[in-house]
Ligand binder design. Structure first.
Ligand code: ADP
Ligand code: MG
Length: 355
């Protein structure tokens, strides 16, 4: 209820709308000798958000997750859960659970026993343990698999057991480190949708690590793009994709053209480095037609055509200098413009300056 006056809600301290961030990282650093694995991270993650940390291998994602979980202590900076500093608390005193890619289920235990295990350690009474495990298994749609052994499950089902094992503890925050990385593409895509649905059902905060941009775009409420221990940009998927803040983000999240130098000066009309997504560019064999109002255009020669089934990708050498990649929906079943002269055009706002 964003338009409610603060005075009306002050009586309800538990109201989610008024709560501060579930997790707040301030000036977070982690150094391993000379390696600055995490190099000054500031981040607020509100409760109930599906938050992704996206970045190439070695960019510091796992280290941030381990700091949040308490497996490592920060070199500098603070970690708060619901406004409380937890930076020095051991993992078991933090209200989080972690799901790794290597789900490490106990092979000799049944699915039910695996899920109950954490509760048994906490000496939760038997009946309650059963009920909570069954509830967690229902959440991941495995309620009929309780008596099986992990070896009798598919990879996706095993990953769901690992998820149930974390959910059974009812943590406020679930940390997931590339949990779908071991699954093949089809299964991974199915699990992405399922995981997102589970997160909506349980409503707890998910902090999800991935190096896969499609995965981050598909699943997240917001994404932080990591590069070299730092966050380059934080925002909803559309914002990170449509308005990348840097050349790095433009290149890592989707593919993007970068136009600079003389090409940019001539085509855009001012110097700088500009990002243009390949699918935003229209390609046309008719060079005589002038650019429509509010559009930027450039002529060039097709130097390469890649037929990819659903789409066709053209590489175009601009007359003004530089090269643009263009993706066209394959609506007519032919790869046109081979080696031809073409005119490219796009809406002005689709080329924008990046650092
Ligand atoms: P990501 O999860 O994004 O792939 P990591 O957080 O695992 O990246 O690693 C970030 C950087 O920190 C890498 O250069 C990695 O080699 C280094 N690093 C991570 N853990 C350790 C460690 N325990 N000792 C030394 N270097 C480490
Ligand atoms: Mg990692």
């Amino acid at each position: 209820m964003p338009n409610q006056a603060p005075s009306e809600t002050r009586e309800e301290p538990a109201a989610l709308e008024n709560a501060g961030p579930a997790i707040r990282l301030s000036g977070l650093r982690k150094h391993f000798g000379d390696v600055h694995a995490v190099d000054g991270v500031d981040l607020d993650i509100p409760p109930g958000e599906f938050f992704s940390m996206l970045g190439p291998s070695g960019s510091g994602k796992t280290t941030v997750l381990r700091l949040i979980a308490g497996f490592d202590l920060p070199t500098e900076g603070t970690i708060e859960f619901d406004g409380h500093d937890v930076g020095r608390l051991p993992p078991f005193e933090r209200d989080v659970n972690t799901v790794f890619q290597d789900y490490a289920l106990f092979p000799h235990m049944s699915v039910q026993q695996n899920v109950e295990y954490g509760l048994r350690v906490k000496r939760v009474p038997k009946q309650q343990r059963r009920e909570r495990a069954l509830e967690a298994l229902k959440t991941v749609r495995l309620e009929d698999y309780g008596s099986r052994k992990p070896a009798q499950l598919s990879g996706g089902q095993r990953q769901r057991v690992a998820l149930a094992r974390a959910l059974v503890n009812r943590p406020k925050v679930l940390l997931l480190d590339e949990p779908l990385g071991a699954l093949d593409l089809k299964l991974r895509q199915a699990m992405q949708l399922e995981l997102k649905q589970i997160q909506r059902d349980v409503g707890i905060t998910f902090v999800f690590v991935t190096h896969d941009q499609d995965e981050a775009l598909t699943m997240s409420d917001r994404i932080a793009v990591f590069n070299d221990g730092k966050i380059e940009q934080v925002g909803p998927p559309e914002e990170v994709y449509e308005r990348p803040a840097s050349a790095f983000v433009a290149g890592f999240v989707g593919t993007s053209n970068l136009l600079g130098g003389r090409g940019a000066e001539t085509v855009i009309g001012r110097p700088g480095l500009f990002s243009i997504r390949p699918e935003k560019i229209r390609i046309d064999g008719d060079l005589s037609e002038p650019a429509a109002v509010g559009h930027t255009s450039a002529t060039g020669t097709v130097t390469d055509v890649v037929y990819a089934g659903a789409t066709v990708r053209y590489s175009v050498a601009l007359d003004a200098g530089g090269r643009l990649s263009v993706v066209r929906q394959n609506t007519d079943g032919t790869a046109q413009f081979g080696d031809g002269r073409v005119r490219l055009s796009w809406r002005d706002e689709h080329s924008f300056q990046v650092q």
